[in-house]
Design a protein around this ligand. Structure first.
Ligand SMILES: Nc1ncnc2c1ncn2[C@@H]1O[C@H](COP(=O)(O)OP(=O)(O)O)[C@@H](O)[C@H]1O
Ligand SMILES: [Mg+2]
Length: 261
């Protein structure tokens, strides 16, 4: 069964703005799909609909076969802005969702400790967000989502606010996490390289009103060309097979810009 399914999804805001016009997209169980598209094409709208923050004006969205009608514990969301609780420590921020789930304290502590270890912040468990760098804060936000073990992770440009060096570290870290502990992920970005590096498949959106114009199977190439033998993102990005996919997607997006003038 596909974990996330968009069927002819439309979304209008009032009578003037049509953001999405017939989005068809499926994300398989434990698959990592990235959506790329120009600014304003409707990427965030797709994510907000999948999260259940808003309802489509046409078509339908299901997660695990169930129609999405509201936010739910089966879906965790990570936004560009870190959205940590400033008055809670790293450990308390990560524990927050588990507490809401009614998990016993001992199990909660164990899971939180494992999550903090996973993101390499064991020495900062009792620090407050303002004491952390942007990259550390975003690692906490990702750990907070991961620890809930949701069926589905929805991420909207989670590294968009980070400086270039921190972003690279986070991208490498997310790849490590995603391969070690695969989740169903819908990842929004306007970064073509980021999408190709992280995702199993990349969905290219048209300009507004958005539709999916093309799906690119990155995983097949990644496995055939053994990208995983390269630990560093810049080495992967230098591979001919990577450059080929990146250029293909860039051209696809560029056609959209020209067509839209
Ligand atoms: N709540 C809203 N009310 C009116 N227009 C909106 C709203 N949310 C998004 N839009 C419009 O829908 C289009 C798609 O927005 P968005 O999904 O945020 O694009 P992206 O994330 O790809 O940059 C844009 O033209 C935006 O201005
Ligand atoms: Mg957006």
């Amino acid at each position: 069964m596909s974990a996330i399914r968009f069927e002819r999804v439309e979304k209008s805001f009032g009578s003037h703005v049509k953001a999405l016009d017939g989005v068809d997209l499926t994300v398989a169980d434990r698959e990592f799909v990235a959506i790329v598209g120009a600014s304003g094409c409707g990427k965030t709208t797709c994510l907000r609909l999948a999260a259940g923050f808003e309802a489509p004006t046409g078509g339908r969205i299901t997660v695990g076969g169930q129609p999405v009608t509201e936010p739910g514990p089966d879906r965790a969301v990570v936004f560009q802005q870190f959205a940590l609780f400033p008055w809670k420590t790293v450990a308390q921020n990560i524990a927050f969702g588990l507490r809401n789930k009614g998990m016993p304290a001992a199990e909660r502590q164990e899971r939180v400790a494992a999550a903090i270890d996973m993101i390499g912040l064991s020495s900062h468990a009792d620090a407050y967000p303002h004491q952390l760098s942007g990259g550390m804060q975003q690692r906490v936000a990702i750990a907070r989502a991961y620890v809930l073990e949701p069926e589905v992770l929805l991420m909207d440009e989670p590294f968009g606010a980070l400086d270039a060096q921190t972003r690279v570290v986070m991208q490498e870290e997310l790849v490590r996490l995603a391969r070690k502990n695969p989740r169903t992920v819908l990842f929004i970005t306007h970064g073509v390289e980021e999408a190709v590096y992280l995702a199993d498949r990349v969905a290219v959106m048209t300009k507004r009103p958005g539709r999916i114009k093309e799906m690119i199977d990155v995983k097949a190439v990644r496995e055939a060309e053994r990208w995983e033998e390269h630990a560093r993102i810049e080495d992967v990005m230098d591979l001919e097979s990577f450059v080929h996919l990146r250029t293909h997607i860039w051209k696809s997006l560029r056609e959209e810009k020209v067509a839209g003038r």
